[in-house]
Design a binder for this molecule. Structure first.
Ligand SMILES: [Zn+2]
Ligand SMILES: [Zn+2]
Length: 178
């Protein structure tokens, strides 16, 4: 994501007015690595600027995504998450319990699909999502976002799995390539 003068210039070039509300939203997103949802951005923004509407937040986020300054990620956490880190390619670690999304910088090598598996697709991007349970959830100190907060995490803490209780998760890392 560009810095403030860069964003202001870009918005003007695209015919958008630069309002204090938009600038406030830029400030909240810049350098952010927590992948907030639109609602989280709104909640934080409205604390300092109570004239701000949810609609302005949605609109500004959509404009930033359109201009390539923000990524919107559907990582299966129940809501779209926004990532201003569009300049450095990276993957994500996703917590099944609290929905925390962390950046992961690892060179996985080229994820090239063999021609015969492409099914006619012209693939132009790919990412790997590692799912599991974050340290905070394992330690029982996550505040959580409500995403699968009721998960039974006992077996992650090394306690035996109770027979007859359906185990919801496995420790297996899942790999999704899109
Ligand atoms: Zn967690
Ligand atoms: Zn990210």
């Amino acid at each position: 994501m560009k810095d403030m003068p860069g964003l202001v210039k870009l918005f003007k070039q695209n015919g958008y007015r630069i309002t204090p509300q938009r600038q406030h939203i830029f400030k909240i997103l810049q350098g952010r690595s927590t992948h907030p949802s639109a609602e989280e951005v709104y909640r934080e923004a409205v604390r300092e600027m109570n004239s701000l509407s949810m609609q302005t937040v949605y609109r500004t986020l959509a404009e930033l995504v359109d201009m390539g300054e923000l990524d919107s990620l559907d990582l299966g956490t129940g809501m779209l998450r926004y990532d201003p880190n569009v300049d450095v390619p990276h993957h994500h670690l996703v917590c099944r319990s609290c929905g925390k999304v962390s950046d992961l910088y690892i060179d996985m090598g080229p994820l090239n699909l063999p021609e015969e598996l492409k099914q006619g697709f012209q693939v132009d991007s790919s990412e790997v999502v590692f799912r599991g349970v974050c340290q905070d959830c394992m330690d029982g100190r996550s505040s959580g976002t409500g995403y699968q907060r009721t998960a039974n995490l006992q077996h992650y803490r090394g306690r035996p799995h109770q027979p007859g209780v359906k185990r919801k998760y496995t420790n297996k890392e899942t790999k999704e390539v899109s």
